[in-house]
Write a protein that binds this ligand. Structure first.
Ligand code: NI
Length: 227
Protein backbone atom coordinates (compact mmCIF):
# COMPACT_ATOMS: atom_id res chain seq x y z
CA UNK A 1 0.00 0.00 0.00
CA UNK A 2 1.31 3.37 -1.04
CA UNK A 3 -0.34 6.44 0.50
CA UNK A 4 0.27 10.04 -0.55
CA UNK A 5 -0.18 12.71 2.11
CA UNK A 6 -0.63 15.97 0.23
CA UNK A 7 0.44 19.30 1.74
CA UNK A 8 2.02 17.68 4.76
CA UNK A 9 4.23 20.76 5.10
CA UNK A 10 3.02 24.33 4.58
CA UNK A 11 4.77 26.79 2.27
CA UNK A 12 6.16 28.60 5.34
CA UNK A 13 7.54 25.39 6.83
CA UNK A 14 9.16 24.51 3.50
CA UNK A 15 10.92 27.88 3.34
CA UNK A 16 12.13 27.49 6.92
CA UNK A 17 13.45 23.96 6.34
CA UNK A 18 15.07 24.73 2.97
CA UNK A 19 16.74 27.84 4.40
CA UNK A 20 18.13 25.86 7.34
CA UNK A 21 19.34 23.03 5.08
CA UNK A 22 21.20 25.48 2.80
CA UNK A 23 23.78 26.05 5.54
CA UNK A 24 23.60 22.61 7.19
CA UNK A 25 26.64 20.32 7.51
CA UNK A 26 26.21 17.98 4.52
CA UNK A 27 28.12 14.69 4.36
CA UNK A 28 28.42 11.73 2.01
CA UNK A 29 25.29 9.56 2.29
CA UNK A 30 27.48 6.47 2.51
CA UNK A 31 27.99 7.01 6.26
CA UNK A 32 24.64 5.47 7.17
CA UNK A 33 24.37 2.86 4.41
CA UNK A 34 25.22 -0.70 5.30
CA UNK A 35 26.22 -3.70 3.21
CA UNK A 36 24.87 -3.88 -0.31
CA UNK A 37 22.97 -0.58 -0.01
CA UNK A 38 26.25 1.33 0.38
CA UNK A 39 27.44 0.29 -3.06
CA UNK A 40 24.44 1.85 -4.81
CA UNK A 41 23.96 4.93 -2.62
CA UNK A 42 25.23 8.12 -4.16
CA UNK A 43 23.81 11.18 -2.40
CA UNK A 44 24.44 13.55 0.48
CA UNK A 45 22.79 13.86 3.86
CA UNK A 46 22.84 16.20 6.82
CA UNK A 47 24.74 15.00 9.88
CA UNK A 48 21.95 13.55 12.08
CA UNK A 49 23.58 14.93 15.22
CA UNK A 50 23.83 18.52 13.98
CA UNK A 51 21.59 21.15 15.55
CA UNK A 52 20.01 21.86 12.16
CA UNK A 53 19.08 18.22 11.62
CA UNK A 54 17.62 17.87 15.12
CA UNK A 55 15.64 21.13 14.90
CA UNK A 56 14.24 20.42 11.44
CA UNK A 57 13.46 16.80 12.32
CA UNK A 58 11.53 17.99 15.37
CA UNK A 59 9.32 20.21 13.17
CA UNK A 60 8.33 17.12 11.19
CA UNK A 61 8.01 14.80 14.20
CA UNK A 62 5.60 17.20 15.93
CA UNK A 63 3.34 17.18 12.87
CA UNK A 64 3.53 13.44 12.16
CA UNK A 65 2.00 12.33 15.45
CA UNK A 66 -1.08 14.50 14.90
CA UNK A 67 -1.65 13.97 11.19
CA UNK A 68 -4.85 11.88 10.79
CA UNK A 69 -3.96 10.38 7.39
CA UNK A 70 -0.38 9.53 8.41
CA UNK A 71 -1.56 7.98 11.69
CA UNK A 72 -4.31 6.03 9.91
CA UNK A 73 -1.84 4.69 7.34
CA UNK A 74 0.99 3.81 9.74
CA UNK A 75 -0.50 3.26 13.24
CA UNK A 76 2.82 4.44 14.67
CA UNK A 77 4.47 3.08 17.77
CA UNK A 78 7.73 4.93 17.30
CA UNK A 79 9.20 7.06 14.56
CA UNK A 80 12.85 7.31 13.56
CA UNK A 81 13.63 11.05 13.34
CA UNK A 82 13.60 12.28 9.75
CA UNK A 83 16.92 12.37 7.94
CA UNK A 84 17.53 15.02 5.30
CA UNK A 85 19.12 14.11 1.99
CA UNK A 86 20.12 15.81 -1.23
CA UNK A 87 20.71 14.51 -4.73
CA UNK A 88 22.69 16.72 -7.09
CA UNK A 89 23.20 16.18 -10.81
CA UNK A 90 24.26 12.59 -11.53
CA UNK A 91 23.41 11.35 -8.02
CA UNK A 92 21.05 8.43 -7.44
CA UNK A 93 20.28 5.57 -5.06
CA UNK A 94 20.05 2.18 -6.76
CA UNK A 95 17.52 -0.51 -5.94
CA UNK A 96 17.63 -1.46 -2.26
CA UNK A 97 15.50 -2.39 0.71
CA UNK A 98 15.74 -0.33 3.90
CA UNK A 99 17.44 -1.89 6.93
CA UNK A 100 14.90 -3.85 9.02
CA UNK A 101 16.36 -2.80 12.38
CA UNK A 102 17.65 0.73 12.97
CA UNK A 103 19.32 2.40 15.93
CA UNK A 104 17.44 5.33 17.38
CA UNK A 105 19.72 8.38 17.61
CA UNK A 106 21.16 9.20 21.03
CA UNK A 107 19.76 6.12 22.71
CA UNK A 108 20.29 2.37 22.96
CA UNK A 109 16.82 1.73 21.53
CA UNK A 110 16.26 0.16 18.18
CA UNK A 111 13.33 0.43 15.80
CA UNK A 112 11.93 -2.17 13.41
CA UNK A 113 11.20 -0.37 10.16
CA UNK A 114 7.66 -1.29 9.03
CA UNK A 115 6.84 1.84 7.07
CA UNK A 116 9.14 4.18 5.15
CA UNK A 117 8.22 7.72 4.18
CA UNK A 118 9.70 10.38 1.93
CA UNK A 119 8.76 14.04 2.31
CA UNK A 120 9.54 15.93 -0.89
CA UNK A 121 11.15 19.30 -0.14
CA UNK A 122 12.00 20.51 -3.66
CA UNK A 123 9.44 21.66 -6.16
CA UNK A 124 9.34 19.13 -9.04
CA UNK A 125 9.80 21.89 -11.62
CA UNK A 126 13.22 22.74 -10.16
CA UNK A 127 14.83 19.39 -11.01
CA UNK A 128 14.69 16.60 -13.58
CA UNK A 129 15.02 12.92 -12.70
CA UNK A 130 15.05 12.02 -9.01
CA UNK A 131 11.88 9.91 -9.20
CA UNK A 132 11.28 7.49 -6.34
CA UNK A 133 10.48 4.08 -7.85
CA UNK A 134 8.72 1.71 -5.48
CA UNK A 135 8.12 -1.94 -6.38
CA UNK A 136 4.81 -3.33 -5.25
CA UNK A 137 2.29 -6.08 -5.85
CA UNK A 138 1.24 -4.53 -9.17
CA UNK A 139 4.64 -3.51 -10.48
CA UNK A 140 6.80 -0.45 -9.91
CA UNK A 141 5.25 2.92 -9.19
CA UNK A 142 7.02 6.16 -9.96
CA UNK A 143 6.60 8.86 -7.36
CA UNK A 144 7.57 12.51 -7.77
CA UNK A 145 5.45 14.80 -5.63
CA UNK A 146 4.97 18.48 -5.01
CA UNK A 147 7.15 20.10 -2.37
CA UNK A 148 5.57 19.48 1.03
CA UNK A 149 3.86 16.22 0.00
CA UNK A 150 4.80 12.87 1.55
CA UNK A 151 4.59 9.29 0.33
CA UNK A 152 4.26 6.40 2.78
CA UNK A 153 5.09 2.82 1.72
CA UNK A 154 6.01 -0.54 3.29
CA UNK A 155 9.67 -0.72 4.31
CA UNK A 156 9.71 -4.22 2.84
CA UNK A 157 9.42 -2.74 -0.69
CA UNK A 158 12.37 -2.63 -3.04
CA UNK A 159 12.85 0.98 -4.12
CA UNK A 160 15.31 3.33 -5.78
CA UNK A 161 15.85 6.99 -6.56
CA UNK A 162 16.68 7.64 -10.20
CA UNK A 163 19.53 9.95 -11.14
CA UNK A 164 18.96 13.69 -11.02
CA UNK A 165 19.81 15.26 -14.39
CA UNK A 166 19.04 18.91 -13.61
CA UNK A 167 18.85 20.92 -10.39
CA UNK A 168 18.78 19.42 -6.92
CA UNK A 169 16.36 17.11 -5.12
CA UNK A 170 15.93 17.71 -1.37
CA UNK A 171 13.91 15.31 0.73
CA UNK A 172 13.36 14.08 4.26
CA UNK A 173 13.10 10.36 4.88
CA UNK A 174 11.82 8.63 7.98
CA UNK A 175 10.81 5.22 9.26
CA UNK A 176 7.97 4.03 11.45
CA UNK A 177 7.66 1.01 13.69
CA UNK A 178 3.96 0.30 13.53
CA UNK A 179 1.83 -1.24 16.27
CA UNK A 180 0.55 -3.44 13.41
CA UNK A 181 3.66 -4.99 11.88
CA UNK A 182 1.88 -6.90 9.11
CA UNK A 183 1.55 -4.73 6.00
CA UNK A 184 -1.58 -6.52 4.75
CA UNK A 185 -3.35 -6.09 8.10
CA UNK A 186 -2.32 -2.44 8.17
CA UNK A 187 -3.72 -1.92 4.66
CA UNK A 188 -7.08 -3.44 5.69
CA UNK A 189 -7.26 -1.21 8.75
CA UNK A 190 -6.44 1.82 6.63
CA UNK A 191 -9.19 1.05 4.10
CA UNK A 192 -11.71 0.43 6.88
CA UNK A 193 -10.74 3.62 8.69
CA UNK A 194 -11.00 5.71 5.52
CA UNK A 195 -14.51 4.33 4.89
CA UNK A 196 -15.52 5.08 8.47
CA UNK A 197 -14.23 8.65 8.08
CA UNK A 198 -16.25 9.07 4.87
CA UNK A 199 -19.40 7.66 6.46
CA UNK A 200 -18.89 9.93 9.47
CA UNK A 201 -18.95 12.96 7.14
CA UNK A 202 -22.12 11.78 5.39
CA UNK A 203 -25.45 13.16 6.61
CA UNK A 204 -27.32 9.96 5.63
CA UNK A 205 -25.29 7.51 7.72
CA UNK A 206 -27.19 5.57 10.39
CA UNK A 207 -25.28 6.46 13.60
CA UNK A 208 -25.81 3.02 15.18
CA UNK A 209 -24.40 1.23 12.15
CA UNK A 210 -21.47 3.63 12.14
CA UNK A 211 -20.84 2.77 15.79
CA UNK A 212 -20.90 -0.96 14.95
CA UNK A 213 -18.43 -0.46 12.11
CA UNK A 214 -16.18 1.66 14.33
CA UNK A 215 -16.26 -1.12 16.93
CA UNK A 216 -15.08 -3.59 14.26
CA UNK A 217 -12.15 -1.27 13.48
CA UNK A 218 -11.21 -0.88 17.14
CA UNK A 219 -11.53 -4.60 17.81
CA UNK A 220 -9.32 -5.46 14.83
CA UNK A 221 -6.71 -3.03 16.16
CA UNK A 222 -7.06 -4.72 19.57
CA UNK A 223 -6.51 -8.09 17.89
CA UNK A 224 -3.58 -7.12 15.68
CA UNK A 225 -1.70 -4.39 17.53
CA UNK A 226 1.37 -5.15 19.60
CA UNK A 227 2.17 -2.45 22.14
NI1 NI B 1 15.56 3.52 1.01
Amino acid sequence: MLVVVENFLSAEELVKIRTALASAPWADGQITAGGLAAASKNNQQVDDKSATAVDMANILLCKLGHHPLFVSATIPQRIHPPRFNRYGIGESYGMHVDAPIMSMPNSNDVLRSDVSATVFLSSPDTYDGGELLIEGQFGAQEVKLNAGDMVVYPSSSLHQVSAVTRGERLAAILWVQSMVADAAARALLFDLDQSIQALTRSATTDPDELTRLTAVYHNLVRRWAHV
